[in-house]
Design a protein around this ligand. Structure first.
Ligand code: MN
Length: 199
């Protein structure tokens, strides 16, 4: 039996909570019935997006270098990283110089999701999808809506590789939301305003 503490061991090990303002895993606040997702825009050594979905009490996380696309023909590389605590969904701010992931972090999108791997007689839970590398979810975000597939692929390069692809549904389009949306859904700030410490 894997406990939540075990799932977050790598998260804890990478961080010095005396120095980083990132949340230390602890007691969880009340949250909506439906599982949550969050997308952070993170200007670390390289600008990227972090895609996080609530699975079994933690945020399963992937780095998406180019961010999500609404175009079903566009495949976006997604590299799995360590699980984050649920509290991380509300984190926005600056990770200090010298700390893991140093740089500005924005809550670029947030909301709830539902599992699309539901058939009339059975369901493949998202937790199983995360293990086998095949997740289909409907995002109900402020910016992103619609079905997204997150699938593990065989890669020649070392390390795990997944793809994030928009599913073909009523919300699909040729829109590139990362080009249009530059502000936090939490505070309305841009990354540079976060960096400058604007309230
Ligand atoms: Mn990141």
């Amino acid at each position: 039996m894997v406990t939540k503490t075990d799932l977050l061991e790598e998260y804890r090990q990478k961080r010095d909570f005396k120095r980083t303002p990132e949340p230390k895993p602890g007691k969880q606040a009340a949250k909506p019935e439906e599982p949550i997702f969050v997308i952070h825009k993170h200007d670390a050594s390289k600008l990227h997006y972090d895609f996080r979905i609530e699975v079994e009490g933690v945020l399963k996380s992937w780095v998406i270098p180019r961010g999500p696309s609404m175009n079903p023909r566009v495949k976006r590389l997604a590299i799995p990283v360590e699980d984050h605590p649920l509290e991380y969904a509300g984190f926005e701010g600056m990770i200090p110089e010298g700390e893991y992931g140093a740089g500005s972090v924005m809550v670029w999108d947030a909301g709830t999701y539902r599992n699309l791997k539901v058939y009339h007689d059975h369901e493949q839970p998202v937790s199983e999808g995360a293990r086998v590398g095949d997740i289909n979810i409907w995002l109900n975000g402020r910016k992103l809506k619609g079905g997204f597939a997150l699938v593990h692929i065989k890669s020649r390069t070392p390390g795990e590789a997944w793809l994030l692809v928009k599913m073909r549904d009523s919300e699909a389009s040729d829109d590139e939301p990362v080009m249009r949306h530059a502000r936090s859904v939490l505070t309305g700030r841009t990354l540079s305003e976060i960096r400058e410490g604007k309230k």
